[in-house]
Design a binder for this molecule. Structure first.
Ligand SMILES: Cc1ncc(COP(=O)(O)O)c(C=O)c1O
Length: 438
């Protein structure tokens, strides 16, 4: 058998990068780490010429499709006619904020960033500066970026589902000091008692609660409207900032993000991913009274960065938000997501696999369990091993997804052109294979 180019690249990459990858999450083992040659529409070709229809979409930023000409041309125009950055303001800064405000009624003022991590950091620092408090609460199973304070998780794999105790909280890895969690509280989604207890004990110190109401990092398990409203009310009552992290949901699950689906609004919001269709751009924003705490004035919250609002990212955001505002791209995505859920539902039912979909069609989780999980602990009792076997077989058959049911299926506008009958056939083959082999 000829040596695959993947093997050559993997061996060479090991000489130059730890684990042979540019960042940890790309390492899928020496045989399965993917090297991409090019991407277009809703798919990509790997270094050995194998093509994939992609539902991973780079962890969600691709909302229109890879190499969307409407976005790419706008970027090329900006950078060839105006440059990438000068470290000064441009009129485009104002234009993009106006676009965000037109879609998201809870936003009065915005600051930009380059990644979701940076946007969340900015929002938390602003909340702390505004409230003059230090503690931060997050929800079990959520992810808010790779900075030490947010790199703590419920050790769900080691948790005994029959136990009455909460899962142990552990760091993502070494190098994260224990002290980094000294100001962090972790509570459970949709647990009214836990929510009341959090505010009963911490309310005078709680600067903010940060959450994804649709947990993009726990298979789109979602807050119930009643629970989210109670959280909103408690935050208001106690002067705690509610930060809704829309890094995955923003400009994806609806034009106004998860908040517009619930009709419940945050004091501060973080955005990234879909706002730039794959270009690196992010933002955080909120009520004017809170955001005006940010600035170089005395008592101001510091926010900055060399690449902030660079014209590559900003022109991509401008073009992407323009398409999302003025076309029915998100309606198309919802329709396609529903169609895919319907075909997968048929496949699972025919194979006798109990299943539940969580979250909205643009970003849905698949859980092999009879009822939709209500929190991260419920996810633990889903048949995630069967899902993993199903996912690996699909990847083998040319359907790319994350082989972990905590990562949702992402839909982009370009998926409307894919072959749905082919996907149904591949899914059917994959679930049969998984049932026989897992
Ligand atoms: C909800 C959420 N917040 C923050 C982040 C961090 O974003 P980034 O990877 O752009 O730093 C992510 C990344 O997946 C995310 O899903």
């Amino acid at each position: 058998m000829p040596i695959r180019k993947q093997q050559q690249l993997m061996s060479e990459a090991h000489l130059h990068m730890p684990q042979g990858v540019a960042e940890n999450y790309r390492y899928w083992g020496d045989d399965n780490t993917v090297f991409v040659e090019n991407a277009k529409g809703c798919g990509f070709t790997d270094c050995d010429g194998k093509t994939y229809v992609d539902f991973r979409l780079g962890y969600g930023p691709i909302i229109l499709g890879y190499r969307d000409a409407r976005v790419d041309q706008a970027v090329v125009e900006q950078i060839t006619q105006r440059g990438t950055l000068t470290g000064f303001s441009t009129a485009l800064d104002i234009e993009v904020v106006k676009q965000i405000k037109a879609l998201c009624p809870q936003i009065d003022k915005v600051r930009f960033a380059n990644s979701g991590t940076e946007a969340v950091m900015g929002a938390i620092r602003t909340a702390r500066g505004y409230t003059q408090r230090d503690r931060v609460a997050i929800v079990e199973g959520s992810f808010h970026g790779l900075f030490d304070e947010m790199m703590w998780k419920a050790d769900i794999e080691a948790w005994d589902p029959n136990s009455k105790l909460a899962p142990r909280v552990i760091p993502f890895g070494v190098g994260v000091p224990e002290r980094a969690r000294a100001l962090l509280d972790i509570f459970r989604l949709n647990d009214f008692e836990g929510l009341e207890a959090l505010f009963a004990t911490q309310h005078e110190q709680l600067a903010c609660v940060v959450l994804e109401p649709i947990i993009g990092n726990a298979g789109s398990i979602s807050a119930t409207p009643g629970w989210l409203q109670r959280l909103r009310d408690l935050c208001t009552e106690h002067g705690t900032m509610l930060i809704i992290d829309e890094v995955k949901t923003g400009f994806r699950v609806a034009k106004g993000g998860a908040q517009s689906l619930y009709g419940i609004y945050a004091d501060l919001t973080s955005y990234a991913k879909a706002m730039g269709n794959g270009y690196p751009v992010a933002a955080f924003g909120g009520r004017a009274a809170v955001m005006d705490k940010v600035g170089s004035h005395a008592g101001g919250v510091v926010h900055g960065g060399t690449y902030t609002a660079n014209l590559v990212g900003l022109s991509a955001a401008h073009a992407t938000l323009n398409v999302l505002t003025n076309t029915n791209a998100l309606q198309t995505i919802d329709r396609v997501g529903e169609q895919i859920q319907a075909l997968l539902g048929r496949v699972f039912s025919q194979a006798g696999v109990e299943h539940a979909f969580a979250g909205p069609p643009a970003m849905f989780g698949i859980h092999f369990t009879p009822t939709v999980p209500q929190n991260y602990r419920d996810w633990r009792v889903t048949n995630s091993d069967l899902y993993r076997a199903f996912a690996w077989k699909l990847i083998d058959l040319g359907v790319m997804l994350e082989p972990d049911s905590r990562e949702p299926w992402f839909i982009c506008e370009a998926h409307q052109h894919m072959d749905f009958a082919w996907l149904e056939d591949m899914s059917s083959q994959a679930i049969r294979f998984a049932l026989d082999n897992h």
